[in-house]
Design a protein around this ligand. Sequence first.
Ligand code: NAD
Length: 495
Amino acid sequence: MSKKVPLYIDGEFVQSQSSQWIDVTNPATQEVIAQVPCATQTEMAQAVASAQQAFLTWKEVAVSERARVMMRYQALLKEHHDEIAEILASETGKTFEDAKGDVWRGIEVVEHAANIPSLLMGETVENVARGIDTYSFTQPLGVCAGITPFNFPAMIPLWMFPLAIACGNTFILKPSEQDPLTPTRLVELFEQAGAPKGVLQVIHGGKEQVDFLLDEPAVKAISFVGSVAVGQYIYRRGTENMKRVQAFAGAKNHCVIMPDANKSQVISNLVGASVGAAGQRCMAISVAVFVGSAREWIPEIAAELAKVKPGGWDDPDAAYGPLISPQAKQRVENFITQGVNEGAELLVDGRNCDVAGYPHGNWVGPTMFGKVTTDMEIYKNEIFGPVLCATEVDSLDEALAMVNANPYGNGTSIFTASGAAARKYQHNVEVGQVGINIPIPVPLPFFSFTGWKGSFFGDLHAYGKQGVRFYSETKTITARWFESDIADVSGPNMT
Ligand code: NAD
């Protein structure tokens, strides 16, 4: 019997009464390791009612006490770091090192949330008119909700609920149905950290459960991370229902390689950034843009990529794990076939990849295409697999034009020894996160995660100061006190 994943409603882990359950599988073996329910309408209504009730008391809890919950939570997550990473590896197939990174990046957001008192500080101006002062407070919204993808089952839930809750909100999480065991463990530890009953709820399921959150009037704000089509849908439906929505979506991230770049750095960084985590990262480098004579390095990069091997989560020599599902593997292999058919040069072919001991894993080997052009489907689509597309241009201006014409704008990087080239790229590129000699420029949580264009729908991004603003309202007070109202306290008792 596989484990049944509970819901978390009103401070209790409860078994769903649903008749619809989805299998959670180990992607390296296809073994069913758990079943996750599609929460019923009644269960979801209970979660909302409990979150509304909890908000009434949680918003009154002193901000320093809210911060202390986050401090205790951070300590517990650190203590259980490796254990969470093992759970994560079992349901995603990530290598242990990669799984630990997923947990660690989430812990960093909890650390940020523990700074909530100073993050909530408002503005003040004395004497906006004679004797009148104006000052602002940051107040919570109420019930917020988060819908998360499969590819970072620790980090992305932790992008959301700690900060929302530290701001004084209550939160309903709908994790990916493909890897719900990691978020369940995160929630157990949150309870252990002393989070009061009802402050966090977890419902499971798919579209029907997401639609419930999008339509429920009590939910004031929606955070989403996932694919482009679903992100657009969630942004449209959520805002149609007059909610605040931040939707982080897919990407096609370019790395521009100038001929003066440090070649050995380029090669090692490109290999890790393109096929690491089997390319299942929204910040993975999927297009390498070789400028001028840098194109001569393509064969060497292909040779290095070909050496990389996927494998089991506990194999120290494995560079990455399997794709999340047989469907995801099929989709990536279809793109590889399509790339060949549309005339790209297949330099490294990752199809028909076998890993000893795992005959049923969703393996795709490292793959690299040369001579890719911007009209090809393998260029236009997010493949979300270990596939690197190499393109060639003659100048930095041409590289910039290519990147800026791409509809996505999550991340990009440039490798160069020229400060002037880096400055020009950083200033002109229409992408929200830029690395200079850094392949995957994910900002630490005291900044914000700032994807642009088709990679993000909304106004305020995740974590940093923007995350606090997303999960709060500003109240601005203008006050006048009349000196003539000051009581005369100079009577006989005072002398
Ligand atoms: P997905 O869009 O399939 O699923 C994300 C969430 O949406 C899940 O919780 C899922 O249950 C729900 N969902 C799925 N279909 C739905 C529908 N039709 N209606 C409503 N809800 C639905 O994404 P995924 O495959 O889990 O994650 C991979 C994608 O996430 C990639 O495109 C990747 O680039 C993107 N991603 C983006 C970022 C970012 O910060 N921009 C970060 C991580 C992942």
